[in-house]
Design a protein around this ligand. Structure first.
Ligand SMILES: CC(C)(COP(=O)(O)OP(=O)(O)OC[C@H]1O[C@@H](n2cnc3c(N)ncnc32)[C@H](O)[C@@H]1OP(=O)(O)O)[C@@H](O)C(=O)NCCC(=O)NCCS
Length: 183
């Protein structure tokens, strides 16, 4: 697969990241600039951006490393402090968020960006054994990407997305156990 131009986020990407956040998520579940800045400072290898030809961020994926799987509201909570949850020696990669710019969607870029980002983080942190993420039951596109990458549902958190749900406010927690050669 042709490698995408993916790199660690820099401090000067923060405006573009916040624009992507505004395009990607409804207001009640958007992360603040402060939370995003903390994430990219605390674990830069896990905060990746997809560049366009001008070097601007047209997608981002951010993550943390956890010591174990904990499908609990508090760990997934909006605005949580990465300094409290990220443990570099842990074995579980938590993908805290991902989005691509609306103008770039629908042609397979989201899936490739996700696959290649997880592969990059695994290259940088070979001790990782598994990965976890959480999404709204209403995010069909994201669900298809994660399923295609081997993630499977392990829990549901009722009412997690009440603030934005059209019909189904459940969060789905998905997990993937890494085996050599997948991503
Ligand atoms: C999720 C997101 C990154 C996908 O980006 P993308 O470039 O459109 O993704 P792809 O083109 O690779 O499509 C991935 C799959 O989702 C499907 N899909 C995309 N949008 C969809 C939609 N609105 N409804 C149904 N399926 C959709 C595609 O058909 C494709 O499935 P397939 O390969 O099995 O046919 C993008 O839609 C986005 O940023 N959404 C807002 C933020 C978000 O939901 N982030 C996920 C947080 S967990």
């Amino acid at each position: 697969m042709l490698p995408l131009p993916i790199r660690s986020a820099r401090e000067d990407d923060i405006d573009a990241i916040m624009t992507l956040e505004a395009h990607g998520f409804h207001a009640p579940i958007r992360e603040s600039r402060d939370v995003m800045r903390k994430r990219l400072r605390h674990f830069p290898e896990g905060f990746l951006v997809l560049e366009n030809i001008a070097g601007e961020a047209i997608g981002y994926l951010c993550s943390e490393i956890w010591t174990g799987m904990a499908p609990d509201h508090r760990h997934f909570a909006l605005g949580h402090d990465i300094a409290q949850t990220h443990h570099p020696d842990g074995h579980c990669l938590y993908i805290s968020s991902m989005t691509v710019h609306p103008q770039q969607r629908g042609s397979g870029l989201g899936r490739r960006f996700f696959q290649q980002s997880v592969a990059l983080i695994r290259d940088r942190r070979p001790h990782l054994q598994d990965s976890i993420l959480l999404l709204s039951a209403e995010w069909i596109g994201a669900h298809r990407i994660y399923q295609a990458c081997g993630y499977a549902e392990v829990a549901r958190l009722p009412g997690f997305f009440t603030a934005i749900a059209q019909q189904n406010a459940e969060a789905i927690v998905m997990k993937l156990t890494f085996i050599d050669g997948d991503a």
